[in-house]
Design a protein around this ligand. Structure first.
Ligand SMILES: [Zn+2]
Length: 57
């Protein structure tokens, strides 16, 4: 049994900006608000892991 978690399990390419991390609003490039300019969105598993890490760091 494998316990390896791949990056795809933790984050998804942001559908709002398509992973470009910014969106064009009224001909202006703005950081994507959905992903905070990261280009990716955390999955439930990613969020769980992040919460856990923050708690114990
Ligand atoms: Zn985005």
């Amino acid at each position: 049994m494998s316990v390896i978690i791949s990056t795809d399990d933790l984050e998804h390419i942001c559908p709002n900006c398509n992973g470009t991390s910014h969106v064009t609003i009224e001909n202006e490039e703005k950081p994507c608000s959905k992903c905070d300019g990261k280009g990716v969105i955390l999955t439930a598993l990613g969020q769980t892991l992040l919460h856990f890490m923050k708690k114990h760091i």
